[in-house]
Ligand binder design. Structure first.
Ligand code: FAD
Length: 387
């Protein structure tokens, strides 16, 4: 029997994870990435137990752990640095078997890339159209040498927030919407040991995550109208967060202005009725772009990939049933996490009313660390399918 062939549209964390999951199940994979080179833009990532178990299932555990930082989870602070809630790190490891890991995005992307045959990765290849029926799929793309067509048993749409495949195959689903916040991010050299922590102020949040090898990732978010840009984004961050508690001023002082990224936060507000159409399966941000408040977007993309690989383990035969199983396993979970992430942003970073802020502070101080941990486990205590 011929080797089954999957075309993966998009070479981000989701697309590479899907390609690897299928490659490990004996699929021939072709990854089409429109960027001229395969690399991950962005600073750092926090990966929790669910994402780490998914990466374990892809055989990447040791490569990842030797290139990342085991987070000493701190908790949530106010602008003056007073702890509002603490995480119980030892209990987290006891319950989940691991702490979270902080990793540079480029490192995770490289580890995924290196696990795939180089011949499967194609850059400068922008997918323009996909046709699919119940028997096979066709992908039209513009490559470095002009228009091309590929035939496939399966197409994986991992083309991100502004997914062309989603727009083409689910034309009634509105485009992603602005969530009301803008975020700045940077990865910097900062060898001092600090715990992973979030700081909340009115309508603003600052987070810091060590990512290994003396590097640290910080992010800052504020409520703002969409489309804003400052001539000097680092100065804009300093203006708002520069007087917050230590080590925030020191982190900003150690940041070269050119490494600061700014993105408005968008999410897919209208949930898709299915992640599958014919022989096309969406995953990652293409399927469920969520706000970053729970730090789960990439983690969910990697979970999607592992479940898709397991569902398609039988090859091209029985693919409609395999894809239906993928949809059934992934859609309820990812859409629930997307809703929870939006809520976490509304009651966390975006909260601005002084009375609501005071009530939140009082409530956070009362909640024991064990309850904080329990509130996360429904999301992070996920296990990959067996077999
Ligand atoms: C501020 C911020 C902080 C975050 N923090 C975390 C965190 O701590 N933990 C976490 O798990 N997640 C986090 N996320 C979310 C995470 O970054 C995303 O969910 C994840 O990167 C999505 O990966 P993806 O592969 O689905 O999409 P993308 O990374 O967007 O990749 C899509 C790829 O498809 C390519 N592409 C698009 N269209 C085409 C086409 N037509 N043809 C060919 N190629 C195409 C693009 O060039 C791109 O390379 C954060 C997000 C933000 C904005």
């Amino acid at each position: 029997m011929d080797e089954p062939h999957a075309v993966v549209v998009g070479g981000g964390i989701g697309g590479l994870s899907a390609a690897l999951a299928l490659h490990r199940r004996d699929w021939r994979v072709t990854v089409l990435e429109r960027a001229p080179e395969l690399r991950e833009v962005g600073a750092g990532l926090s990966l929790m137990a669910n994402a780490l178990r998914a990466l374990d299932a892809l055989g990447l555990s040791s490569a990842l752990r030797s290139n990342a930082h085991a987070e000493a989870p701190g908790g949530v602070r106010d602008r003056r640095g007073r702890w509002l809630s603490r995480m119980d790190a030892a209990e987290m490891v006891r319950q989940l078997g691991t702490s979270a890991l902080g990793v540079h995005r480029a490192t995770l992307h490289r580890i995924l890339r290196e696990a795939l045959p180089a011949s499967s990765l194609h850059t400068g290849a922008e997918v323009e159209h996909v046709d699919s029926d119940s028997d096979h799929a066709t992908v039209r793309y513009r490559g470095p040498d002009g228009p091309r067509t590929l035939h496939a048993d399966l197409v994986v749409g991992a083309d991100g927030l502004r997914s062309r495949l989603r727009a083409q195959l689910w034309p009634k689903i509105p485009a992603p919407v602005y969530a009301g916040s803008t975020a700045w991010r940077a990865a910097i050299a900062f060898p001092e040991p600090i715990p992973t922590a979030i700081t909340w102020g009115p309508a603003a949040e600052f987070g810091m995550v060590p990512i290994g090898d003396g590097w640290l990732y910080w992010y800052a978010a504020r409520n703002a109208p969409p489309g804003g840009h400052a001539p000097d984004e680092l100065a804009a961050v300093r203006e708002h967060f520069g007087t917050w508690h230590d080590p925030i001023p020191a982190l900003l002082a150690a940041t070269p202005p050119k490494v600061v990224l700014r993105n408005d936060i968008h999410h897919l507000a209208t949930a898709l009725p299915s992640y599958v159409r014919g022989r096309v399966a969406l995953l990652g941000d293409a399927a469920h772009a969520m706000t970053p408040n729970l730090g789960q977007g990439a983690g969910q993309a990697i979970e999607d990939a592992v479940v898709l690989g397991a569902a398609c383990a039988g090859g091209a035969q029985g693919l409609p049933a395999a894809l239906a199983a993928y949809d059934e396993q992934r859609r309820p979970r990812t859409q629930a996490i997307a809703r929870a992430s939006l809520r976490a942003g509304r009651y966390g970073q975006q909260l601005r009313n002084p009375l609501a802020l005071a009530a939140r502070t009082a409530a956070l101080r009362l909640v024991p660390a064990s309850v904080t941990l329990r509130s996360m486990t429904w999301c992070v205590d996920w296990r990959p399918p067996q077999g």
